[in-house]
Write a protein that binds this ligand. Structure first.
Ligand SMILES: *Cc1c(COP(=O)(O)O)cnc(C)c1O
Length: 250
């Protein structure tokens, strides 16, 4: 086995072990291999090792990779995990299966408008009649992070009403399918330090799911190379792992 295949297997085993520690079914957790900065050959090795979910951060970088692989592997699922600018919304919806980084009402509305047009253009099947999105939340309060600003999640009594008013309007958009929430924990040497951040995201999800049961809220995208096991213990369904599979990025 090559090194990438070995590392994919090790990460999968760690996912299973973390799920079992938490009394969860490992099948509830999807490994998204984060391939940003890596060339097409590296993606092909990961795919040969059984990876079917790929995460990219930048449209310009992702576009040629997705195009190159699409013909042979239409079964791959492409995840947009980087910040999305509104002027790139139209391009993004044609490329990705799930956008993890919807971080404002205006972006959601822009995506909704472009997807309405796309549904008409491609005569979409019911499955493709809505764009799959996650709402990115800054629950840690770290100043540099993208996302809806809600440090502390549901405990943030000052910020919660404004956030909920945004969610109310987003879940009403007819061409979006809100599947859940995404967060990035601040990097800290001890992965345990991320646990309160992941827990806050899960509690926020539970709050939103009770309030708007018509949306799905099934997905929690949280956890990266340094903290994915803690994230799984706190309920992650999508873990975004780059370096543990591909090594350090240049
Ligand atoms: C780069 C990136 C990852 C992967 O990070 P690793 O530490 O390499 O696992 C996950 N999520 C987001 C949003 C990223 O930008």
């Amino acid at each position: 086995m090559n090194q990438i295949a070995t590392r994919v297997q090790i990460v999968q085993e760690r996912i299973v072990a973390a799920a079992q520690r938490a009394g969860r079914d490992p099948h509830q957790i999807t490994l998204v291999a984060v391939t940003k900065t890596h060339p097409l050959e590296v993606l092909q090795q990961a795919i040969a090792a059984g990876v079917v979910h790929l995460g990219e951060s930048r449209l310009q970088e992702a576009e040629p990779k997705i195009s190159a692989l699409h013909a042979q592997r239409p079964d791959l699922t492409w995840h947009m995990i980087g910040h999305l600018q509104r002027n790139k919304a139209k391009a993004a919806i044609g490329m990705f299966d799930l956008l993890h980084t919807v971080d404002s009402l205006r972006l959601a509305e822009t995506l909704n408008r472009h997807y309405e047009q796309r549904v008409a253009d491609i005569a979409a099947t019911p499955e493709h009649s809505r764009l799959n999105v996650l709402l990115q939340i800054n629950v840690s309060g770290e100043a540099t992070k993208e996302g809806f600003d809600l440090p502390g999640g549901v405990q943030n009594h000052a910020g919660l009403p404004y956030f909920l008013a945004n969610v109310e309007r987003i879940v009403a958009l007819p061409y979006l399918r809100v599947q859940g929430l995404m967060t990035i924990a601040p990097w800290q040497p001890d992965p345990e330090a991320a646990r309160p951040v992941f827990r806050a995201l899960r509690e926020l999800r539970d709050h939103l799911a009770a309030r708007w049961p018509q949306a799905e809220w099934s997905q929690l995208s949280m956890g990266m190379t340094d903290d994915f096991e803690v994230a799984i213990e706190e309920g992650a369904t999508l873990v975004r792992v780059g370096r543990a599979i591909f090594g350090e990025r240049a």
